[in-house]
Design a protein around this ligand. Structure first.
Ligand code: NAD
Ligand code: ZN
Ligand code: ZN
Length: 238
């Protein structure tokens, strides 16, 4: 995604400096907002000098306050994609992106109905990701990562809500949010491609893993998981 904004500019785009520090603690460093952030800018990094250690910022939408330098340090620890997430309430500012490696998302149509959705056919999503070398955004840059159980096959009912979920999953894929590189909680293997907080149904006609049908709450659950990554219906209007 083209240009990479300066971290201080990202902070100042979504937080406004407040003149009187509220009598509260900073949720990042746990110190009082009236005392300075301990994340002093490194002397060599002249850009960061534009935010003083005493600066308290207020998020423009949710209104939560914290040290601006604490938020800057948190931003610099992440994917630095130009977006911020309020650490208090998780409101997302800008477009959150993830660390999913390169791969392919393919969509197919299946005539057969899913258990619990007798009145429509099925959408099949096939995710393929080949093994590779971890980038700077991954836990061990320069080391290889593995890919287990790919291609992974996933299923949605081919009805109105299922198609909406599909469109939002395509947005999440483009934003690199479906998978990440980390340690598999199923196998314990480190440096491998794993699901990233957006649940998929990987069994079509059985439910041996608990990731199958029927599940009357699935579409609503995955819509709220998508929303907590900043992927909502608004993304489809733009
Ligand atoms: P993980 O085990 O770290 O779990 C991450 C998330 O994925 C969790 O929220 C979990 O609920 C969900 N999840 C776990 N198993 C799932 C499944 N079968 N279908 C859909 N969601 C599932 O994530 P992971 O390492 O990506 O493993 C998830 C699944 O991937 C495994 O259960 C297995 O089906 C498959 N896998 C296959 C191999 C293989 O060699 N064939 C190896 C590793 C994983
Ligand atoms: Zn702080
Ligand atoms: Zn907030």
């Amino acid at each position: 995604r083209g240009s990479c904004p300066r971290p201080e500019d990202v902070i100042q785009r979504y937080m406004e400096a407040v003149s009187a520090a509220p009598d509260e603690d900073c949720i990042i460093c746990m110190d009082q907002l009236s005392s300075p952030s301990s994340y002093a800018a490194p002397a060599a990094d002249e850009g960061a000098q534009s935010i003083p250690a005493s600066a308290v910022g207020k998020f423009v939408k949710c209104g939560h306050t914290l040290h601006m330098l604490c938020m800057l340090a948190m931003y610099n620890n992440g994917t630095k994609d130009g977006s911020l997430q309020c650490p208090s309430c998780k409101t997302i500012y800008g477009e959150k992106t993830g660390t999913q490696p390169k791969g392919k998302m393919e969509i197919y149509s299946i005539g057969q109905a899913l258990p619990g959705h007798p009145d429509c056919g099925t959408i099949q999503i096939v995710y393929s990701i080949p093994p590779g070398i971890q980038g700077p955004e991954h836990p061990n840059p320069g080391q290889p990562f593995s890919c287990r159980g790919f291609p992974r096959f996933c299923f949605l009912p081919d009805n109105h809500k299922g198609r909406k979920v599909l469109e939002l999953l395509k947005v999440a894929w483009m934003r690199r949010l479906i998978f990440t590189v980390g340690t598999s909680s199923t196998t314990g293997e480190p440096d491998t491609v794993v699901w990233n907080n957006i649940h998929h149904k990987t069994e079509m006609m059985s439910n041996l893993s608990g990731h199958g049908y029927p599940d009357p709450n699935y579409l609503d659950n995955v819509l709220s998981e998508l929303a907590s990554q900043g992927v909502t219906e608004d993304c489809l209007k733009a």
